[in-house]
Write a protein that binds this ligand. Structure first.
Ligand code: SF4
Length: 319
């Protein structure tokens, strides 16, 4: 029987996701539907469905965006070709790429300009990596090697005199990425790291919070969608602490078998998961008599300003 639930903090929406969701809401308020979204605005089924109900239309390929339409690019970032397509179609483009992802795009530019060969640590087919690696292909005609594991590092064959640098996806596992970076440094001691870590503050804080939470629980539930990288990493981080952990979109996904002989459940949520879904899960356990306690690891205060083009559009609308 579940006696207690421990709620991780921080959890759920990060500054980049809040900004991206607000950008779509503002675009709908400014222009009315339809507002096209290139790729899911954030990787969460509840958020995407809610915005689509209000008039957002998600498309996977920039070529599917109609001419002269209003389009928002998702928080994950996009390759340069997509910006060109939106310009050619004379769309009103509002870019909701998280500023911390844009920072990695800029780092890619700087390293290439300074003559480095760049490696990218990330997950295959994730839109963030497609965007960042697309910069190198578009501006320098270079294919960037994607590193997903220590085995991938072993397969690299750069020459010792080659200038090398690495960048990473913002939502990776801290511990797995450390192992890959250590392998890179063993093989190429001169490899240059990005200035400041690319794994973002929200990923870092949520993983550190769940690591400390796991020590107090015999089960962890992470609220988030299956295609959310940072939500998956949270569940993996809990499992690495020896605690069973499951990724769920909401209370409807809870399997009663998971709860057998368990007493304390830790709850966290990926950076794209809305608090309403967390509260549904809290209610589920409260109805069964469980008490609720907060487990605060750190208090976040990061906020990002609106995309500059959105600010200009609001200015123009003023009477
Ligand atoms: S998880 Fe990090 S990089 Fe991704 S949107 Fe949130 S703050 Fe930005």
């Amino acid at each position: 029987m579940i006696e207690k639930i421990l709620l991780a903090s921080p959890r759920g929406f990060c500054a980049g996701v809040s900004r991206a969701v607000k950008t779509v809401e503002d675009a709908l308020a400014l222009f009315g539907p339809p507002v096209y979204i290139k790729h899911e605005i954030v990787h969460n089924a509840t958020v995407v469905k809610d915005l689509e109900r209000r008039g957002a239309v998600t498309v996977e390929n920039a070529k599917s965006i109609p001419e002269h339409s209003v389009v928002v690019f998702s928080a994950h970032g996009s390759p340069p070709q997509d910006y060109e397509i939106a310009r050619e179609k004379q769309c009103t483009l509002i870019d909701a790429t998280c500023p911390l992802v844009s920072k990695v795009h800029l780092e890619m530019h700087r390293f290439l300009k300074d003559g480095f060969s760049v490696l990218y640590i990330g997950h295959k087919n994730h839109p963030e990596g497609i965007g960042v690696m697309g910069e190198a292909k578009h501006h320098a005609g270079k294919d960037i090697p994607l590193i997903e594991s220590e085995e991938d590092v072993e397969r690299l064959s750069f020459l010792p005199e080659e200038k090398l640098a690495f960048l990473t996806q913002t939502t990776l596992s801290l511990s797995e990425t450390e192992k890959i970076i250590a392998a890179l440094k063993r093989k190429y001691p001169h490899i240059v790291a990005p200035p400041g870590k690319d794994i973002c503050y929200a990923t870092t804080n949520r993983q550190n919070a769940i690591t400390s939470l796991a020590k107090k629980c015999d089960l962890i539930l992470v609220i988030g969608s299956k295609n959310s990288s940072n939500s998956n990493r949270l569940a993996e981080t809990a499992r690495a602490e020896g605690v069973p952990a499951f990724l769920i979109d909401g209370a409807e996904d809870i399997d009663p078998a998971w709860l057998e002989q368990k007493h304390t459940v830790g709850i966290s949520a990926g950076a794209s998961a809305p608090e309403s879904r967390v509260q549904d899960v809290v209610s589920f356990f409260k109805k069964q008599g469980a008490s609720v306690e907060n487990h605060t690891f750190i208090v976040e205060s990061t906020r990002f300003p609106d995309p500059p083009e959105l600010k200009k559009l609001w200015e123009r609308k003023k009477p």
